[in-house]
Design a protein around this ligand. Sequence first.
Ligand SMILES: [Zn+2]
Length: 378
Amino acid sequence: MGPMHGTAETPAATEAARPRPGPTVRLGVAGAPDRTAAGPDRGSRALWAGTVQRTAGNQALSRLMVQRQSRPAPADPAPPPGTPAADRKPEDLTGTPFESLDPTLKTKLADKSVYDWKGKPTLAEALNEESNANLAAIARVAAMITASAAFLWKYVSAINGAWVTDNFGVGFSWNDPGSLTADLVGSGNFCRDNPVTARWYHGSPNAFRQIPGSPGSPSLHVITGGHTDVHIDLHQPIEGKETGWFAGQCNLDLGAWWDHAGDVVSGGGATGTAVGRFGVARGNLTDLRSGAVEDETRQLDVAKGKLDSIMYVVQKYAAMGAMVGNEFEGDRQMLADKATMKTLEEAEGILVQVRTDRTARRQRENREADPYRFGPKY
Ligand SMILES: [Zn+2]
């Protein structure tokens, strides 16, 4: 089971490897039992290279992650009279932070067989249940689909949660995977992932990368079988399609590959964007809560207060999914909002401090408990 050929499989492998040295960055599952990098099936597959031994893959992501609700949605309770206003449809997002979402996405969200309203009387209330990170992923993936691959929309039959890791992703169900695949094969803008690695890392032999405007720019990665999703790789390392023997498969750009690999290994990528950082801070807060001693709890409460204070401002930025050049509009506006960024940085600073202190405390405790094993070495 060696590398099959060429380089096309490397990005998928690397992307899936994503070791997470520090804080967990899985988002949108506050309180979920397993939020660590070492997911249950990490390392359970036979792999062709040492760099991918810690793979969790999109398959595991899908499993661990988010709000995979079963469908169909439960019947909605009749809305209380007068709410929403009689002249206002429940799916109307006008005047809400979600107004800036992509228009086609809004029509999908309005359909309760596609998007679970979680029993809420209005779509805005249902969206308000999403974490800002999940909202950002949904907004960005949708805007990019409409801008560059609008044909995907007609195949979307369900929206099954979202995530921010090294990529922004949304779980989609497809109503006609065969036709979808045929469209992707026929499109000049998409190339097929190496079939072997695609099966390992996405639980499916069917995955297609969108050929970006220039190698290393953000673009879509569409998974058509298995755990189906569409996500945005921020540094898509693709320069075009192979011709000849491997016709249709992705042709890698090596320089861009290093940026892509950097996203995956460093935990950067989507989590390093302005809105992504808010989500990471939320995730760290949840992680650090477990096992917190009294003094840590006090500090974590301060960090939480800071994050709560900017929560709704960030929600507004999260819903701005369109790109301006290679930058997301929401990030651009959030970075320009100095007050919000300052508050976020203060919260991040507290979280780093708590983690550092905790590491030092645990090392001290280990030394005291077992001085021979953990004591100083001479
Ligand atoms: Zn990808």
